[in-house]
Design a protein around this ligand. Structure first.
Ligand code: TA6
Length: 301
């Protein structure tokens, strides 16, 4: 059984990589000269990341985020897999798939010579998951945590039938204020507007925010830039193996309904999610694999 003690004995590296129990979940704390971060093994969920050269975190975590077995965490990088959004045929199944609310196994963890923490977490199919999704597939998440953050979500089809997956690294970015932010890189891109009945539209110019915004941009491999006028920085969101980008802010009413953003907490975050969603879902043949990767880096202005 995986415990704080077994993980500490196997992987701990002093204060650079340590483990603790939070409400029955295991959290890995990373603290190196390059960055600090916290990773919950349930959901392979990176909760926070702050490059040491940044005064403010880059990955946002709600002050009201709750850690509890089987519950999603508000903020960080939720792993949406093996579907994105509501399940196509069964509304009773959890939105964004089950990967983010089940335990993953930490299979590798090390601190490289230049102080980057590299971890690999694995989710193997089991009876619990096959009830929700009757396929033989394994998910692996590789994280490289330093002054830059890299994440790679790999799906391995271990069955004898092709599988179709929707997925996203549903990242909540920490910003100064949603009213003083623009997202660049999706100009002229088609999108589904979930705030307007899923209607198909085309992006004109940079994205700025004046209300609830929930868009799935399609057939785009572009790098996005979150331009933060309040924090005087740009966050670069580069990706491979992803043809959709989701941009979301809940704004007041939706955030209040969700109840775990905290007072005005939603003003300090924006989601720019590298995904394969809608018509961009991915078909993986038996024995083959697919990886969605992202790289986040900051640039001070
Ligand atoms: O990615 C945007 C979105 O699909 C929104 O529609 C909203 O539901 C958000 O994800 C958060 O979903 P969650 O299940 O984490 O509360």
């Amino acid at each position: 059984m995986t415990t704080v003690d077994t993980l500490t004995r196997r992987f701990s590296s002093g204060r650079q990589l340590s483990f603790r129990d939070v409400n029955g979940l295991i959290v890995a704390d990373i603290d190196t000269p390059l960055a600090s971060a916290a990773l919950c093994l349930q959901g392979a969920h990176l909760m926070t990341w702050r490059p040491k050269a940044q005064a403010e975190p880059v990955v946002w975590l709600s002050k009201l985020a709750k850690l509890a077995p089987g519950k999603s965490i508000r903020g960080g990088i939720p792993v949406c897999w093996p579907w994105f959004g509501p399940h196509a045929n069964d509304a009773k199944l959890p939105a964004h798939g089950f990967a983010r609310t089940v335990p993953w196994e930490l299979t590798e963890a090390r601190v490289t010579g230049d102080g980057v923490v590299e971890v690999t977490l694995t989710l193997s199919g089991n009876e619990q998951t096959r009830v929700l999704w009757p396929h033989s597939a394994r998910a692996e998440l590789r994280l490289s945590i330093g002054a830059t953050l890299r994440a790679g979500l790999t799906t391995v089809n271990e069955g004898d039938q092709a599988i179709v997956i929707g997925e996203a690294l549903h990242t909540y970015f920490h910003i100064g204020d949603i009213g003083a932010v623009r997202v660049l890189g999706l100009e002229d891109c088609a999108y589904l507007d979930k705030v307007d009945g899923g209607s198909r539209k085309r992006q004109e110019g940079a994205i700025s925010f004046v209300g609830e915004t929930d868009r799935i941009y399609l057939d785009t491999t572009s790098e996005c830039v979150i331009e933060d006028a309040r924090l005087h920085r740009r966050i670069h969101v580069a990706k491979t193996g992803s043809r959709s980008t989701v941009v979301w802010t809940p704004w007041t009413e939706k955030a209040d309904k969700m109840g775990d953003f905290g007072p005005d907490g939603w003003r300090g975050m924006v989601c720019v999610e590298s995904a394969n969603a809608g018509e961009n879902v991915v078909t993986i043949k038996p024995g083959e694999r697919h990886t969605l990767s992202v790289e986040y880096r900051t640039e001070n202005q």
